[in-house]
Ligand binder design. Structure first.
Ligand code: A2P
Length: 335
């Protein structure tokens, strides 16, 4: 059965990836409606060898749409998801607008597909850093019950959109050419050849000293895993990488689990590929993960400072599994 699909934010970094993945996975589409801001109305985009014209998003954009994929930011989702639902569409929303609402499932198909049927017209796609984390945590939690997680992220600029990639490239070029006075538009400090312990780039800090990105990791992990008892702390950091987020993760479990057991568990878990051969200097890399579907895990070892502790390194393409692919996997389950 083919369905009518709308992509909101079709001209953005995640929107472009939606189209690549819908095409490569042969998603059964009858009509594809590409929506963006007025600035992009009339723009032509190729999909499955055919030209599609981008339309301006309005409240009337969703007539006869069955599934609407949203990735145009939280304020657009808050405003337009209700119109899409009113028209009879089910929305898969990549923004943070509804993620923590009690009646909105927050889904990573490898972890909690069972939450999808509880939706009332919108299913939330989690934060990119959280998605790759929970894919790796779930099998360990099931086997040994995770008590606490300490995560530090090394996040690619593409998480902040196409404009952020442009700023990194232009700033790096201007520094390499010895030019002064580069005008930053997005990041609060130099991102080229630098590391910024602040995500997102504006209005990041909360009264508790964490950033909103960090608290997303804390709260979303508990909701997706369906276990409020897991204690999570996060430090989220922007690095001058175009694509793929990397994470240093420390886990404390209730039951003892060895590094060998973790490797064995994760090697058969859905969506995961282990790359862990220290003798050959093999471990997951952002550059290798870019454009791939899997969550890559390596550097798996027992924590020398804890009785029941595991350290690992998790890398995944933030635009694919961290956003577009996860949303399309949810849409596939909806079909
Ligand atoms: P546009 O290209 O017309 O601005 P990114 O995350 O890469 O910055 O992409 C953001 C996406 O959200 C783009 O497709 C962008 O469209 C879309 N968008 C931004 N503002 C609006 C708006 N007011 N109405 C509809 N789409 C919007």
């Amino acid at each position: 059965m083919s369905v009518n699909i709308a992509v909101v934010g079709a001209t953005g970094a995640v929107g472009e990836e939606f189209l690549r993945i819908l095409e490569s996975r042969k998603f059964p589409i009858n009509e594809l409606r590409l929506l963006a801001s007025r600035r992009s109305a009339g723009k032509k985009i190729q999909f499955c060898g055919k030209e599609h014209i981008v339309q301006e998003l309005t409240k009337n954009s969703f007539k006869d749409i069955k599934i609407a994929l949203f990735s145009a930011g939280a304020s657009i989702s808050r405003e337009y998801v209700p119109y899409a639902i009113e028209s009879g569409a089910v929305c898969v929303d990549n923004s943070s607008a509804f993620r923590m609402d009690d009646d909105v499932p927050l889904v990573v198909p490898e972890v909690n597909t069972h939450d999808i049927p509880k939706h009332h017209g919108v299913i939330a796609n989690p934060n990119c850093s959280t998605i790759q984390l929970v894919v790796a945590l779930k099998p360990i939690h099931d086997a040994a019950k995770i008590k606490r997680v300490v995560v530090s992220t090394y996040q690619a600029v593409s998480g902040a959109g196409l404009k952020a990639i442009d700023e990194l490239e232009k700033e790096a070029k201007s520094i390499l050419e010895g030019k002064e006075g580069f005008q930053r538009k997005l990041f609060p400090h130099q991102i080229a050849f630098n590391v910024l312990p602040q995500i997102p780039q504006s209005n990041a800090f909360l009264p508790n000293g964490y950033t909103s990105e960090e608290m997303k990791m804390v709260n979303e992990t508990k909701k997706i895993m369906g276990d409020n008892s897991i204690r999570v702390t996060a430090t989220t950091v922007r690095v001058p990488v175009v694509r793929s987020h990397s994470e240093s993760v420390n886990i404390e479990t209730e039951k003892k689990i060895t590094a060998a057991e973790v490797k064995r568990l994760l090697s058969t878990a859905p969506g995961i590929q282990i790359i862990d051969d220290p003798a050959k200097q093999l471990y997951p890399l952002a550059t290798d993960a870019a454009g791939k579907d899997e969550v890559f895990v390596g550097r798996i070892r027992e924590d020398v400072s804890l009785d029941n502790g595991i350290d690992m390194w998790i890398v995944s393409d933030n635009i694919r599994k961290g956003a577009a692919l996860n949303a399309i996997q949810i849409a596939e389950k909806l079909l």
